[in-house]
Design a protein around this ligand. Structure first.
Ligand code: SF4
Ligand code: SF4
Length: 409
């Protein structure tokens, strides 16, 4: 697949200030520290393939967010996590977002020649929490409201006042990823959620372009007809893909029948790898230690079942820095599957890896917000001290799965 597309989202950045140009010119020295950290850490996935990671059980996916469309953040997140050695970057099915991911990957590869992570786009077959946006009209808000909505938003997507500090703001649609935390917090019930379903024909068109390696279908697992309709709509556009992922919630005893039904639909024309994303507690990894429990329980329940359809298993939903320790407690971390289980390869791991979303964005987002407050929208690599801080955070997280030599500290 030709990935040298020369994507750029530079147009979305502010014009370079003199101080930014100075910073750019003095970067070479600063970037040496970044390269040294990477060399010292020793990141094997910089050269091994994402498929190997799936088989060994150390696959890591960065979830930018199915609805998150802030291309500046997405570009910088992709840069940092490519350097940290992720295997896949999952993003919204929008051209501008995909371009931003590629731009970040290429920026990383211009610092150190690492292998490219796979690029995945996410779509849905029916109503799904990941595919919604919050909305309110600030003109309707009582003037004396203490604005709890602003504080609760993990994506800094709500601003009662506009960027000029005078006009009315609201929800920044490109930053809202639908977590829903603002909905119950408004004392005046002013915030509503708008759900949407990604257009299948537009997705099929996107998939025909180069630069997309994988697709993820978010499903409730309860609506076989919607899933079939979506799958059939993609026909002819999925032939070049390396991986199809299905993200589904824990349906208890209905999980395996749902997986079997979806696999039967896909199997007719599935010519690549497939993966089941076990979505524990959606979009909650940044909340705290306990958020990861549901994904681990889901994984534990599923691996004990023998008649699963073929496909790698990967955790998501509530995943954070405590996920691997939980998997280890359950003896699920990089434990080999037995050949009696329907595996893609007799030696692959029971759990292939972990996807990180809200938590991964939060730990790097702190650095991005600090950079933004100092320099406006900027390329992270132009500010090596910030890049170094972000990289230390991302290596610490990715390293829990990849077992790096150190945590970059
Ligand atoms: S709290 Fe969640 S749903 Fe509300 S605006 Fe922020 S990201 Fe969107
Ligand atoms: S909490 Fe509700 S009323 Fe208050 S600023 Fe936010 S949306 Fe408006």
């Amino acid at each position: 697949m030709n990935m040298s597309l020369g994507f750029s989202c530079s147009a979305s950045l502010s014009p370079q200030l003199p101080s930014q140009l100075l910073a750019r010119n003095s970067n070479n020295g600063g970037l040496e520290k970044v390269k040294n950290l990477i060399t010292k850490t020793g990141i094997p996935s910089h050269i091994t393939s994402p498929l190997e990671s799936l088989q060994k059980g150390n696959w890591v996916k960065l979830i930018c967010g199915a609805s998150f469309e802030d291309v500046v953040d997405i570009r910088n997140l992709s840069l940092v996590y490519t350097l940290a050695g992720v295997d896949c970057i999952d993003c919204a099915a929008e051209s501008s977002v995909i371009n931003a991911v590629h731009d970040g990957i290429e920026a990383a590869r211009s610092i150190i020649p690492v292998r490219r992570p796979w690029v995945m786009i996410s779509i849905n077959d029916s109503e799904d929490l990941h595919f919604r946006k919050a909305e309110f009209d600030p003109d309707d808000c009582p003037i004396d409201c203490s604005r709890p909505c602003e504080n609760v938003c993990p994506a800094d997507a709500i601003s009662y006042l506009g960027k000029d500090g005078l006009s009315k703001g609201g929800v920044l649609a490109e930053r809202c990823y639908g977590c829903g935390r603002c909905l119950p917090i408004c004392p005046y019930d002013k915030i509503r959620a708008i759900t949407y379903i990604r257009d299948v024909a537009a997705t099929a068109k996107l998939l025909k372009q180069d630069g997309i390696d994988a697709i993820e279908i978010h499903t409730s697992g309860r609506e076989a007809d919607s899933f079939r309709e979506l799958w059939n709509g993609l026909e002819g556009s999925i032939d070049k893909l390396r991986l199809v992922a299905i993200s589904l919630p824990d349906l208890g005893e209905l999980t395996i029948p749902a997986m079997n039904s979806m696999y039967a639909t896909m199997n007719v024309n599935l010519h690549c790898l497939n993966l089941w994303q076990l979505d524990g507690r959606p979009m909650s990894g940044d909340i705290g230690r306990g958020a990861t429990r549901e994904a681990i329980k889901f994984a534990r329940d599923l691996v004990s079942i023998k008649d699963k359809p073929r496909g790698f298993l990967q955790l998501a939903g509530g995943t954070n820095a405590h996920t691997v320790e939980g998997l280890k407690r359950e003896r699920l971390f990089q434990t080999a599957a037995t050949s009696s289980e329907k595996s893609l390869d007799s030696s692959h791991a029971m759990i292939s890896g972990v996807a990180y979303g809200g938590y991964a964005r939060k730990i790097v987002g702190r650095v991005l917000r600090s950079l933004q407050s100092e320099q406006g929208y900027a390329h992270l690599e132009d500010y090596p001290d910030h890049l170094l801080k972000a990289l230390i955070e991302s290596i610490a997280l990715v390293g829990t799965v990849k077992s790096y030599n150190n945590n970059g500290s």
